[in-house]
Write a protein that binds this ligand. Structure first.
Ligand code: C2E
Ligand code: CA
Ligand code: CA
Ligand code: CA
Length: 274
């Protein structure tokens, strides 16, 4: 929006002010979002090559009274910069575990539920102890969960991340590297990380259309095979992407082709289906 001339600069300054205002509005709103009952989790199913349900990713939703649905890509960074991520992250953990125990009580056999974890949450010294206490309180087994972490987030303090992810894994949880390939991937540290699954970012899956670059996905699948890790692709929208991924050796999928993120009610209905 930056253009030459006074009008252009003026316009630019207004855009910046709007942006600053929006951030403040997000920060303010986020502070009270949980107590005002504006947060919700949606669940996006994950499938294997035979289209069997193998898991689901919990995705946070925020309905602001004036702004409407605020995309997590917009408010999570603000939450991380302001420290509000701890409250928001705890709400996600609590709500997900409450939901899991409720599903179990209703005799639903939910597949593994994947939760997105901010590096700031993991960095807390008492994170693992708190998590273990939380699991016990809700009567949920660690095997019911996958934790999704981004590689770039772990690099801040790699030894600390290795210790904590190892401890979480011993509680039964699977660890997935989210947005894999988008950051500063290094095989050297990947070998040391307690990881079970690589998640191919949707930007690479997009490339599979219109004869885009396939080498990155080929490399990721190779790495996964060599290190005996599972690999799942996100953002699969077209049958053509599914076919190409299968041909490349990726047999786990998440994306609109299979299912959009579902509300709790929709997801439960899906769980009831054979
Ligand atoms: P992500 O972890 O990479 O999640 C995948 C995103 O792709 C989700 O966006 C999902 O709705 C979207 N998606 C699913 N299928 C498709 C598809 O076929 N095509 C396309 N183009 N997109 C698809 P969403 O829900 O807007 O979340 C955005 C990001 O916000 C997530 O990216 C994650 O980084 C973050 N996030 C969401 N929930 C949480 C949370 O509970 N905690 C934390 N720390 N971050 C979260
Ligand atoms: Ca994720
Ligand atoms: Ca992603
Ligand atoms: Ca992400």
């Amino acid at each position: 929006a930056k253009r030459a001339g006074r009008g252009g600069v003026q316009f630019y300054r207004h855009a910046l002010q709007d942006e600053a205002h929006a951030r403040l509005q997000i920060e303010d709103g986020l502070r009270q979002a949980a107590e005002r009952d504006e947060l919700d989790l949606h669940y996006q199913p994950q499938f294997d090559a035979a289209e069997r349900l193998i898991g689901a990713e919990a995705l946070l939703r925020w309905q602001h009274p004036e702004m409407g649905q605020v995309p997590p890509d917009l408010f999570i960074p603000v939450a991380e910069e302001t420290g509000l991520i701890h409250g928001v992250g705890n709400w996600v953990l609590e709500h997900a575990l409450m939901q899991l125990s409720q599903w179990q009580a209703g005799n639903l056999q939910p597949p593994r539920l994947a939760l997105n974890l901010s590096p700031w949450q993991l960095a807390r010294p008492d994170f693992v102890d708190q998590f273990q206490a939380r699991l016990r309180r809700h009567g949920v087994d660690g095997h019911a969960l996958t934790l999704e972490v981004t590689e770039s987030g772990l690099l801040r303090d790699l030894p600390d991340a290795i210790t904590k992810l190892g401890a979480l894994r011993r509680l039964g949880m699977r660890i997935a590297l989210d947005d894999f390939g988008t950051g500063y991937s290094s095989l050297a540290y990947l070998r040391d990380l307690p990881v079970d699954e690589l998640k191919i970012d949707k930007s690479f899956v997009k490339e599979l259309l219109a004869g885009g670059d396939r080498t990155l996905i080929e490399n990721i699948v190779d790495i996964a095979r060599n290190m005996e890790l599972d690999v799942i692709a996100e953002g699969v929208e077209h049958p053509e992407q599914r076919e190409q991924l299968l041909a490349l050796g990726c047999t786990r999928f998440q994306g609109f082709l299979f299912s959009a993120p579902l509300t709790h009610e929709q997801f439960v209905a899906r769980l009831h289906r054979p």
